[in-house]
Design a protein around this ligand. Structure first.
Ligand SMILES: Nc1nc2c(ncn2[C@@H]2O[C@H](COP(=O)(O)OP(=O)(O)OP(=O)(O)O)[C@@H](O)[C@H]2O)c(=O)[nH]1
Length: 377
């Protein structure tokens, strides 16, 4: 393809892409549920735009040579250090190794003042391109490494764009070192970097949106008091027809109203939290636990014999009765009644088994509470 890219125009558009990227990131930051790092990222875009403007001013002798050479290098290196902090924090690593950042910047400053190397165009360009390639490689690595904690699709897009941007800088560095850098290639490199600036801002926006969606979904499915799943979560996770040799149980804290009346609503909440934690500690990771009402919980045990299910339910009763909960120095005794339904093989919907467990719970309450009643087959 024989397209001639006019360098001054390319640099103008390049700077515009950086400013537009910074503005987009500031906007995303204002609406993001997790804005960490976005301020640094926006500042990095602006520093890089300023650095490139100062560097370009050298062509028109607007500034003294020492100022535009040293200034553009420091702004460029500082911009990429800021970029590094921003991407790291945005990715989820909030601790910043400031000493490494300052040492890098100080090393460039001392070296440039001591040797005057920024006055030589190729050496200055080499140091800037090397720093940018290194920072972008580390940013790509950090972004990919954190995908285990947050496996969202836009993370891969962000890493790919960071890698592309870093790769272009690395390629340019090879041309600079080997003395084969031409102005056409230079313009193309700027052109691809513009694409990367917009792309990175876009990937940041979509990753922020994906995070917000995950957060909303989690909030819609979680009980905010106890942290267990709620009724909606249970409906999503529970098979429509329960498989044979599984069990479902309805649990209801005994005389919970009295606890609230005697010790206050806050004490009641404290009991609910301790109760849910106790159940969670006793259950396997494959079991389901959901708070489906005020003091009502449901447990689903996917693979159990009838004897095992009964033993688990009885153990839960004992563990709850053994809970030591105090509020304002006063002990709060807690017990639970459990209605258990064991799925022996009949082809019934989960809803029907829940009704059976509920009927058994009612029997447990009538029989005096603090006990397990197994539903009739
Ligand atoms: N503290 C607190 N109380 C709640 C919450 N949700 C529901 N409740 C209370 O739980 C109580 C439930 O009482 P009831 O349904 O009468 O049952 P109970 O007192 O447990 O009696 P039995 O079930 O018959 O043993 C009501 O007083 C509700 O106000 C909550 O999130 N926190």
């Amino acid at each position: 393809m024989n397209i001639h890219l006019d360098l001054p125009t390319v640099i103008l558009v390049y700077n515009t892409s950086l400013v537009a990227g910074a503005l987009s990131i500031v906007h995303i930051r204002r609406h993001s549920c997790r804005p960490q790092g976005l301020g640094y990222l926006a500042a990095a875009y602006l520093l890089l735009a300023l650095g490139s403007t100062v560097a370009w001013s050298g062509e028109y002798a607007v500034l003294p040579e020492w100022l535009w050479t040293h200034g553009s290098l420091l702004l460029g290196v500082g911009g990429y250090i800021c970029f590094w902090v921003g991407v790291r924090q945005f990715s989820g690593r909030w601790r910043v190794r400031w000493h490494v950042m300052w040492m890098l910047l100080a090393a460039v400053l001392v070296m440039s003042v001591a040797t005057g190397f920024p006055l030589q165009n190729l050496t200055r360009a080499g140091v800037f391109h090397g720093t940018a390639a290194l920072v972008l490689a580390v940013c790509t690595f950090d972004t990919l490494r954190d995908r285990h904690q947050e496996p969202l699709p836009s993370r891969t897009l962000l890493a790919a764009l960071l890698a592309l941007s870093g790769g272009i800088y690395a390629l340019r560095l090879v041309y600079i070192v080997t003395g084969t850098a031409g102005s056409d290639g230079f313009a193309w490199a700027f052109y691809v970097q513009m694409f990367c600036h917009f792309g990175i801002a876009l990937a940041v926006a979509t990753l922020s949106n994906e995070r917000a969606e995950v957060r909303l979904e989690l909030a819609a499915l979680t009980d905010p008091l106890t942290g267990t799943g709620n009724r909606r979560w249970l409906a999503q996770r529970l098979p429509l027809v329960l498989p044979a040799h599984s069990a479902i149980a309805q649990l209801d804290i005994d005389r919970f109203k009295q606890i609230n009346d005697r010790h206050g609503h806050a004490a009641g909440d404290q009991v609910l939290v301790a109760f849910a934690r106790c159940l969670q500690e006793e259950l396997r990771s494959s079991d389901l636990l959901a708070r489906v009402g005020g003091e009502e919980f449901v447990i689903y045990l996917p693979v159990v014999t009838e004897a095992e299910a009964l033993a688990i339910a009885r153990r839960l009763c004992e563990k709850v009765a053994a809970l030591r909960i105090e509020h304002d120095g006063l002990p709060i005794p807690v017990t639970v009644s459990i209605g258990l339904a064991w799925v022996h093989g009949a082809d019934l919907a989960a809803k029907a088994w829940l009704q059976k467990a509920d009927a058994a719970l009612y029997s447990a309450k009538r029989a005096g509470r603090n006990r397990v009643v197994v539903a009739a087959a």
